[in-house]
Design a protein around this ligand. Structure first.
Ligand code: PLP
Length: 442
């Protein structure tokens, strides 16, 4: 660390900030500080360029420092900084919804704004229950999630979420879970694995146990992200869709990570050719510049909830002060312009085979027990160090940062999701840094 950087670190009082999802004491003893960013790179406080292997937290899809977004936000703030969205409107919120509807999966073109992925999930779960109630099926309140799922940190999201640490201290709500699709026969599968579509039939078992008439919705990430990048087996999502249809259960795709081009299509729904009834998004919606999320609802759900049906109301009793915030809508419109102008979803699709090749080339590195990929997502699963689960993953995080790459770890699984602007040389560099680090892990 040079003197100027040391000085900066010394001047930063770290005590007050209670950091999220971080072992605070451990981090503060040896901080990894990012001070600026441009394109594919962060700069650390010691002046090093760090390749962004994770698009921030799976969200900076168009890369960093996009001046067009900053200019649009500034212009909006100087024109109309804030306006309520309850019983009042402002044009940019309608304009942005219309643009989002144009890239939505078929029929999913009613857009409800929120401020985060967690809010999107809680909103979608409430919409599902409101839908059934409006149609005279108010007993459908049971929500089904999946093992290893991450649906944010709201009470709805942790109820359907399947990451044990996130839920076990808060046993307030109950829900049911279907098993995850990961199957040992799929180790080192490239793209969508072959085995495991029959796991969707777990839902039939829950129907047999509880009765379909009690189940409101099933929520899944089309590709589980935070749980360790778990692509669904071929045919799995289609089967889940069919079972939901058979029993009148709504299917929710949580596309907070997979939305906005991660798989090379606007949404995973289009990649898989499976259309849910509700879809949650956030992150890439504004290139992560301004917090925002959106729930994409089918007309069927929208019309039932606000159409005044059997027990229906004419409004959905839900919303946030910042729903449709003008600055967020401006950021979102400018972000969509970049995605379209620069063909970034197509770039993700074009880079995906190279990405797959480069990462699977690490198969022979020590301790690697699985490599998975789809679109511009990937995971390298490491064998846990005996008696110290997650220690090897944490060491990989620290060492890759020192070597100039950000990764995300889930236990001993190293997760990657670079910005969609990545080029062939940078794909190669990601693999090169990883090889250097994996070779020397304890
Ligand atoms: N859903 C999924 C699939 C996510 O990956 C995340 C965050 O990573 C969330 C929900 C929660 O989003 P947020 O952190 O914006 O609340």
């Amino acid at each position: 660390m040079d003197d100027a950087a040391q000085d900066l670190t010394n001047r930063t009082d770290m005590t007050a900030y209670w950091m999220p999802f971080t072992a605070n004491r451990q981090f503060k003893a040896a901080p990894r500080m990012l001070v600026s960013a441009s394109g594919m790179y962060y700069r650390s406080d010691d002046g090093r360029e760090i390749l962004d292997g994770t698009a921030g937290l799976w969200c900076v899809n168009a890369g960093h420092g996009r001046s067009e977004i900053a200019a649009a936000v500034q212009h909006q703030l100087m024109t109309l900084d804030y306006a309520p969205s309850f019983q009042m409107g402002h044009p940019i919120a309608f304009d942005f919804a219309a643009r989002l509807a144009r890239i939505a999966p078929p029929g999913l073109d009613r857009i409800f704004y929120v401020n985060s992925g967690s809010e999107a999930v809680d909103t979608a779960l409430k919409m599902a229950i409101a839908y059934h109630r409006a149609r005279g099926e108010g007993q459908r309140v049971r929500l089904v999630g999946r093992e290893r799922a991450y649906h944010g940190v709201g009470f709805g999201g942790i109820s359907v979420g399947g990451l044990v640490n996130n839920r076990r201290s808060y046993p307030l709500l109950t829900s049911d879970h279907i098993r995850h699709t990961q199957d040992p026969r799929n180790a080192f599968a490239r793209g969508l694995p072959l085995h495991g579509a029959e796991r969707a039939d777990d839902l039939e078992q829950l129907v047999a146990l509880h009765g379909a008439e009690t189940i409101a919705a099933v929520i899944v990430e089309p590709v589980a992200g935070a749980g360790g990048v778990l692509p669904p087996p071929q045919g799995y999502l289609e089967r889940l869709r069919a079972i939901c249809d058979k029993h009148g259960i709504l299917l929710i795709f949580d596309e907070v990570i997979t939305g906005f081009g991660r798989l090379g299509t606007p949404f995973a729904a289009q990649f898989f050719g499976v259309t849910p009834d509700l879809m949650t998004t956030a992150k890439g919606i504004t290139n992560a510049t301004v917090p925002m999320g959106a729930v994409f609802a089918s007309r069927k759900v929208h019309d039932a909830v606000v159409g005044g049906g059997a027990e229906g109301a004419v409004e959905f009793f839900h919303g946030y002060t910042y729903s449709g915030h003008p600055a967020a809508c401006a950021a979102g419109l400018a972000t969509l312009d970049i995605y379209e102008r620069e063909g970034l979803f197509a770039n993700a699709a074009a880079m995906a085979p190279l990405w797959e090749e480069a990462l699977h080339g690490l198969k022979d590195a020590p301790n690697v027990v699985d490599i998975r990929n789809v679109g511009l997502m990937a995971a390298i699963e490491l064998a846990p160090r005996p008696g110290a689960p997650a220690a090897r993953g944490y060491q990989a995080l620290v060492k890759t940062f020192e070597a100039g790459l950000t990764v995300r770890v889930a236990g001993d699984i190293v997760c990657l999701s670079p910005p969609l602007i990545i080029n062939a040389e940078q794909v190669g560099r990601v693999a090169e840094i990883l090889r250097g680090v994996l070779t020397y892990l304890d």
